[in-house]
Design a protein around this ligand. Sequence first.
Ligand code: NAP
Length: 330
Amino acid sequence: MTLPETMRAVEITEPGGPEVLALCERPVPVPGPGEILIKLAFAGVNRPDALQRAGAYAPPPTASDLPGLEGAGEIVALGPDVADWQVGDQVCALLPGGGYAEYVAAPAAHALPIPEGMPLRDAACLPETYFTVWTNVFMRGGLQAGERILVHGGTSGIGTTAIQLAAVRGARVFATAGSDTKCDVCRDLGAERAINYKTEDFVEVLRDEGGADLILDMVGGDYLPRNVKALADEGRLVQIAFLQGPKVELNFAQVMTRRLTITGSTLRPQSVAAKAEIAKGLEAEVWPLLNAGRIAPVMDSEFALEDAAKAHARLEDPSHIGKIVLKVAG
Ligand SMILES: NC(=O)c1ccc[n+]([C@@H]2O[C@H](COP(=O)([O-])OP(=O)(O)OC[C@H]3O[C@@H](n4cnc5c(N)ncnc54)[C@H](OP(=O)(O)O)[C@@H]3O)[C@@H](O)[C@H]2O)c1
């Protein structure tokens, strides 16, 4: 296949609001050792893209400056030392950046097959949240069947993934969200109890149940001391973002006397090998569930690549539920 030299992409012209996203022309990337080149059909839109756009989340030095952490399409070229994929294979992949573009290079080990029967549009929205939830809830958080998990931001891309995966693996799921409509969605996805945090106190709800064995939190701020109160003895708090800020006053005596664990991680700066391990776990443990249709991404809306600014405005509109996707090709 003859590849073009340049492609359409969306770049961040300066730090700011959605309006700073603009179409541009860039060279088609050349896949390096161990990398594949994907002609993207769709690219997922995630909150970290909005943070990058606002100037609050710089890409790692080796990554593209273009936003976009996930996508799905067809492999059109292989770099040296790629054995597991062929040109022509359809894949979805976790990207180091550069997903708002017609072509993107990614480590071959971060690509996964399209689940059976799943449209490319939906598969494009799997990698970022599934890698994040798998590593934080199961690898780091060690969630077991029968345990109680509290998922904050239950209708976010991350939250909708965490609720489904935890429920299907036998955990008891509690979720918070900011409206009754969102709470209905959390229950439909498998939460046994959804808590509208504007009208109910999640600490009271969880304490009445004996406390959470695991909390997945992206809010931070005053949620930090409240999460500690909501944990059961030996409970684990996994922090994946701080939408309300990372600095609080916290009494750590409870961490000691109730043997709590406070941990967290960010996906993007981790090594290629670490992300490849996460991909292996997903393929073995989670892809069979996707292939069987037992779980699926919750889709909010689709925008054309050139409407990336509208997609970001939608992402920052609190009424969105689940994933937002950019149509790149066609
Ligand atoms: N650590 C990692 O590796 C990693 C990877 C990917 C994403 N993340 C983080 O995970 C979070 C979710 O990502 P996503 O793409 O799934 O986001 P998203 O779909 O935009 O959802 C964010 C949700 O958080 C809730 N929320 C609670 N407090 C908020 C506040 N103060 N400001 C804004 N929203 C608030 C909102 O729902 P309500 O209306 O119900 O409050 C909103 O729907 C983001 O913070 C993202 O940066 C972390």
